[in-house]
Design a protein around this ligand. Structure first.
Ligand code: KG4
Ligand code: ZN
Length: 340
C-alpha cells in the first residue's frame, strides 16, 4: 500500500511516499529555518505563507523521488493537529484536494501519534505495551502505549516543552534558532557539572515536567555574570550549554525510567526533535540498560518533523480501522488536538 504523507504543522513543509508503513520511497523536508532564525522562533504567519509557496514543489519532488505518480497512491495521510492553525490548513487543504480528485481515502493523523509511530518505520517488530516519551519544540509528553490508537497520557510539561527550553536558552546566549542542535554542538566536550542548574522533579509521585525553572536560572546567571568571553576563566558558553543540557536530560531520564518501572513495561521509545540529541540518547540508553529496559529511538532525520512519520502513522491507522478516515469535506485542522 502506497501512502502519500503530508506534514505542515509547524515550520517544516514535508511530503513523503511510504510503502506498507515501513519502506520510505521518499521523505522531502523543506525547512523554514532561514526565515524564522532572526526572530528566535517560529512566526506563524510567515510559516503559513512559506508552506503555501512550497507545498506543491515538495509533493512533486516526493513523488518524483519515490518514482510514483499520483495515480499510484492508495491513500493520503495528513497532519490535522496539534500545531499552528494556518500552517496545518495548508497541508490539509492540499491533501483534501488530491484525495477528492483521485478518489482515494484521506487519513487525518495526530502529529504526536506520528512521532510515536515513527519508530515502526525502522523497527516494525517493537512489542506493545511500551513507554513513549515525546520531546519536541511543542511537547514533552509521556505516554503508555497499549497498541496503535490506544495511548494513555501519564505526564506532560506544565510550562515549557524541552525543545522550547533549548530554543529559549540558545536565544539568551545569542545563538540561533533552532537552539537544540547548536546547544548540543557547543556543549560537546564541555563540563556538564560546571554549573548546577535546578532540576524540577515536582514531587515524589509526579510524572509531569517543568523546564521554566532551569531556563530562568540560566537567564539569572547571565544577568548577573553577562555572556562570558573566551579566556577570562569563567564558565564558557559551552560550559553553560553543557550544564543546562545536563539538567534537562537528568529530568527526562529520571521520569521516563520511573514511569516504565511504575507501569512495568520493558521497552521505551523516545521520539520528537530533542530525541536526536546524542547525549540524551546515550544517557537514557545507559540508565535504561542498568534497569533492564530496552530503549529505542528513530534515526535523527525521523525524530524532527517529517512526513514519513505521518504516512507511517496513517498506514497503521488505516489497517487498524478503516472507519477512522475520510470524512473528506468535514475534516478540519485541530490546532489543540489531544492524544490519549
Ligand atoms: O519534533 P520537532 O522537529 O518539532 C516539533 O514538533 O516541535 O522538534 C523541534 C525541537 C526544537 O525545539 C529543537 O530545538 C529541538 O527539537 N531539537 C533538539 C535537537 N534537535 C532538535 N534539541 C536538543 N538537541 C538536539 N540535537
Ligand atoms: Zn513534531
Amino acid at each position: 500500500m502506497l501512502i502519500l504523507g503530508i506534514e505542515t504543522s509547524c515550520d517544516e513543509t514535508s511530503a513523503s511516499v511510504v510503502e506498507d508503513g515501513i519502506n520510505i520511497r521518499s521523505n522531502i523536508i523543506a525547512s523554514q529555518v532561514d526565515i524564522h532564525k532572526k526572530y528566535g522562533g517560529v512566526v506563524p504567519e510567515l510559516a503559513s505563507r512559506r508552506h503555501v509557496e512550497n507545498i506543491n514543489i515538495v509533493i512533486n519532488q516526493s513523488l518524483e523521488e519515490g518514482r510514483v505518480s499520483l495515480n499510484d497512491i492508495d491513500a493520503i495521510s495528513v497532519t490535522v493537529g496539534p500545531g499552528l492553525v494556518g500552517a496545518l490548513l495548508v497541508g490539509l487543504s492540499v491533501a483534501k484536494g488530491i484525495a477528492y480528485a483521485k478518489g482515494v481515502p484521506l487519513i487525518g493523523v495526530n502529529h504526536l501519534e506520528g512521532h510515536i509511530l515513527s519508530i515502526f518505520i525502522e523497527r516494525p517488530q517493537i512489542e506493545f505495551p511500551f513507554m513513549a516519551l515525546i520531546v519536541s519544540g511543542g511537547h514533552t509528553d509521556l505516554y503508555l502505549v497499549h497498541r496503535v490508537g490506544d495511548y494513555h497520557l501519564l505526564g506532560r510539561t506544565r510550562d515549557d516543552a524541552a525543545g522550547e527550553s533549548f530554543d529559549k536558552v540558545a536565544n539568551m546566549l545569542g545563538l540561533w534558532y533552532p537552539g537544540g542542535p547548536i546547544i548540543e554542538k557547543i556543549a560537546e566536550g564541555r563540563d556538564p557539572k560546571r554549573l548546577d542548574f535546578p532540576r524540577a522533579y515536582l514531587g515524589k509521585d509526579s510524572l509531569d515536567f517543568s523546564f521554566s525553572g532551569v531556563k530562568t536560572s540560566v537567564r539569572n546567571y547571565l544577568k548577573e555574570k553577562g555572556i562570558p568571553r573566551d579566556g577570562d576563566g569563567s564558565p564558557s558558553i559551552g560550559d553553560i550549554s553543557a550544564s543546562f543540557q545536563e539538567a534537562v536530560i537528568d529530568v527526562l531520564t529520571s521520569k521516563v525510567i520511573k514511569a516504565s518501572k511504575i507501569e512495568g513495561v520493558k521497552t521505551i521509545v523516545i521520539a520528537g526533535g530533542v530525541a536526536s540529541n546524542k547525549r540524551l540518547r546515550m544517557r537514557i540508553t545507559e540508565t535504561g540498560e542498568k534497569e533492564g529496559l530496552k530503549v529505542y529511538y528513530p534515526s535523527p532525520l525521523l525524530c524532527t518533523d517529517n512526513a514519513a512519520m505521518i504516512a507511517c502513522a496513517g498506514y497503521y491507522r488505516y489497517i487498524d480501522d478503516k472507519r477512522l478516515c475520510y470524512d473528506l469535506l468535514n475534516m478540519d485542522a485541530e490546532p489543540n488536538m489531544r492524544l490519549g
